[in-house]
Design a protein around this ligand. Structure first.
Ligand code: NAP
Length: 228
């Protein structure tokens, strides 16, 4: 299947590599292709810059946000939540069409240092997932994977043999079924459907506790688990 991923950061990289390894044709979208490919500087998280990473992943295509939107039958939003609407607007509503968009974004404000502040409860009281769905009503937005580190997203077995919890929500049941299949392909077994797109607010609001837990646990893989 053709997949378009918006975002050159560690989430875009991990999702792109995992889906490519499964045999999908993946294009990553960015604002400036040349600039992204020229970026070989190690990030603050100790990750290779996109250009350095791409040298080892040349089977993954790179294009503008609009080209990635056109390429993908299924789309993934892995842009910074504060600018996701801007990125999707530059992808173009016509190119987005009525496709499934897997939204992984959180709106975090790093301007005052660590831990960042989550901006989900802003004056509109809504989440990135809801804002994308409202701005692009034809898209089938499915929110998932935003509550864990990028490496765990595509390899659930890193925590509890794949038995920790991944949340999913969105308005379209068929789209959620399709995305559930993708999650299963990443090893997820405990996939909890929280309902319609308004549930994005609750999962985006898990970030403050995730970030605090990270400051205690560090880089050892961990995740939320709903115990019944
Ligand atoms: N990192 C994690 O482990 C993790 C875990 C859970 C959820 N998330 C969420 O997943 C998303 C991606 O995270 P990340 O760490 O991979 O990358 P990120 O640094 O949060 O975002 C990178 C992407 O945002 C785009 N971007 C930045 N400013 C922009 C603007 N003004 N207009 C359009 N696009 C812009 C960048 O475009 P260019 O390519 O053009 O620079 C880049 O592709 C975020 O929302 C994050 O909160 C991350």
């Amino acid at each position: 299947m053709n997949i378009g991923i918006f975002g050159t950061g560690m989430v875009g990289q991990q999702i792109a590599a995992a889906l490519t390894a499964q045999g999908h044709s993946v294009m990553i979208g960015t604002r400036d292709v040349s600039k992204s490919l020229a970026n070989t500087e190690t990030t603050a998280m100790g990750m290779p810059g996109f250009g350095a990473w791409h040298k080892d992943h040349q089977n993954i295509q790179i294009g503008t946000f609009a080209q990635a939107a056109t390429h993908g039958e299924i789309l993934v939003n892995a842009t910074s939540g504060a600018v996701s609407i801007e990125a999707l607007t530059s992808a173009g509503a016509n190119n987005l069409g009525s496709k499934i968009l897997i939204d992984i974004a959180n709106d975090l404000d790093f301007s005052k240092g660590m831990p960042p502040v989550t901006k989900t409860t802003d004056s509109t009281g809504s989440s990135v997932g809801e804002k994308i769905q409202a701005a692009f009503p034809n898209l089938k937005v499915v929110k998932t994977l935003n509550t864990m580190n990028a490496f765990i997203m595509v390899n659930a077995n890193l925590v509890e043999n794949g038995n920790s919890t991944v949340f999913i929500n969105g308005n379209d049941s068929e789209a959620k079924k399709t995305v559930t299949g993708i999650l299963e392909s990443f090893g997820w077994k405990d996939i909890m459907d929280l309902g319609d797109i308004t549930a994005s607010r609750s999962v985006e609001l898990l970030l403050p506790i995730w970030l605090r837990a990270w400051s205690v646990i560090g880089n050892t893989p961990f995740n939320f688990k709903i115990v019944r």
